[in-house]
Ligand binder design. Structure first.
Ligand code: ARG
Length: 465
């Protein structure tokens, strides 16, 4: 980045008699990160110029010259041939300077009825809109990976935990679909955020609009924006569309982190429920036996920065006076960082989900531990007319006996069960044991096999699998 004082390159000038301090110039640049929005900046400028020609501020020839040169500049940047300099501060100034260098006075007309305040907001909205679409596809990829393995895992019964204690037995696909549901809500949140992001800022100019006869409908149409921001002061001060996106990404990070946490402990020797694909694990330099789940630890660990980025945006926009303030330049790096982190995490999650091996035998061998069928037994008694609180007590006492004598509930002889409650008969054994307990389930959204089958099929349809 060039560091020389560079008065002539500035977008202002008239009122200034002093050149910009070199250290301040380096401090104030945003080109090192906002160059990432060059395509959006050029798209926005072409739409703006197009609209200016529609209303007669530019001639058709001037618009075409501007458009063609902007497309050339886009190629130059794409090829990595543009030299970025902190003297030109940001992507907007770089593109405009390149344009004026080529077109002279025609290029100098592009910024008519526009300020960098509505320009930067527009670029950022376009960038986030695109980022939302990319994240949606990545989230869908993870959902597909989970749904795609549901058929193969359909007969696997696993313990569901509450308080990390064995709670009730469920089908493995019921767990997979729990993650699919979470990622679906993440997608819904993004889609909802997209509605507010998809709003035209251009035309607000610096903060008050413009006295020139612009046509914002046209600009919106060219950029595919569904709404036009109705208040120019709001436009130049508003970043809640970005904060909202930061939250949506933080929630995705939290979902990924919780999933990673589950699979980390389930891959330990102590649990031995699953094996992660080795392509995503690392070994140890000193302990030859180690296969470490670093990828999941990093997905869990990196959620911290994504949550931090949300915090940054909230604090950044707290209490800044209307309308635009330069503080707002700090809005982009947290968003870019969250997006990069989440994108890679999601891109890694899909093949890990697809490649994970369930340790079926190891899971099955311990399924009669922990009285996963106690609730099933209790509901059996309830169906026979025993009040819930009473049934709970009966089963609780039997579980205590089982723990003392080292037996599962299904191992109790009928006489002993009848001693506890004389409403019990032979049919009770159809409800004891983890598999029977799963099969006894009925309610909508439960782990009942026909419910899970129904959910798998509807997800397959939804995801076109
Ligand atoms: N580099 C600035 C940013 O990212 C562009 C807007 C500058 N506007 C201004 N009034 N100084 O926010």
């Amino acid at each position: 980045m060039a560091e020389q004082n560079s008065k002539p390159a500035k977008a202002w000038g008239g009122v200034f008699t002093e050149a910009t301090d070199a250290l301040f110039e380096r401090f104030s640049e945003s080109i090192s990160f906002d160059s990432r929005m060059y395509e959006q900046d050029i798209e926005g400028s072409i739409a703006h110029a197009h609209m200016l020609s529609d209303v007669g501020i530019l001639t058709k020839e001037e618009f075409e010259a501007i458009r063609d040169e902007l497309l050339n500049i886009k190629g130059t940047i794409a090829r990595g041939e543009m030299v970025f300099s902190s003297a030109l501060e940001d992507i907007h100034m770089h593109v405009e300077k390149a344009l004026t260098d080529k077109l002279g006075d025609v290029g100098r007309k592009l910024h008519t009825a526009r300020s960098r305040n509505d320009q930067v907001s527009t670029d950022f909205r376009l960038w986030i809109r695109d980022a939302i679409d990319k994240l949606d596809a990545l989230l869908q990829g993870v959902q597909r990976a989970f749904v795609a393995r549901c058929d193969a895992d359909f007969d696997v019964v696993v313990p569901a935990y509450t308080h990390t204690q064995r709670a009730q037995p469920v089908l493995a696909p019921h767990i997979w679909l729990a993650f699919v549901e979470k990622f679906e809500r993440d997608r819904e949140r993004l889609a909802d955020c997209r509605k507010r992001v998809n709003t035209l800022s251009l035309g607000a100019a610096a903060c008050a609009g413009t006295s020139l006869p612009i046509d914002r409908e046209k600009t919106a149409q060219y950029l595919g924006f569904e709404r036009i921001a109705a208040n120019s002061v709001d436009v130049s001060s508003d970043r809640d569309f970005a904060t909202e996106f930061a939250y949506d990404m933080a929630q995705i990070a939290i979902h990924l982190s919780a999933w990673a946490e589950d699979w980390i402990w389930q891959s330990t020797v102590e649990f031995d429920f699953l094996q992660l694909p080795q392509a995503y694990c690392t070994g140890s330099s000193i302990m030859p036996q180690k296969v470490n789940p670093d990828v999941l630890e990093l997905i869990r660990g990196k959620s911290a920065r994504v949550v931090g980025n949300l915090q940054s945006l909230l604090v950044l926009t707290k209490g800044i006076p209307l309308a635009y303030d330069r503080d707002l330049q700090e809005d982009k790096e947290p968003i870019f960082d969250s997006f990069d982190t989440i994108s890679i995490s999601l891109a890694l999650a899909a093949p890990i989900v697809a490649g994970m091996k369930l340790k079926r035998e190891s899971i099955a061998a311990r399924l009669d531990k922990g009285y996963l069928d106690a609730t099933s037994f209790m509901e059996y008694l309830i169906r026979r007319g025993v009040p819930q609180r009473t049934a709970h007590g009966v089963v609780g006492r039997l579980v205590r006996k089982g723990i003392e004598t080292g037996r599962a509930l299904a191992e109790f002889p009928l006489e002993e069960l009848r001693d506890a409650c004389d409403l019990v008969d032979e049919s009770v054994y159809d409800y004891l044991g983890a598999v029977n307990a799963v099969n006894a389930m009925k309610s909508y959204g439960s782990t009942a096999p026909d419910q899970v089958r129904f959910q798998i099929d509807s997800w397959k349809k939804k995801l076109a699998l």
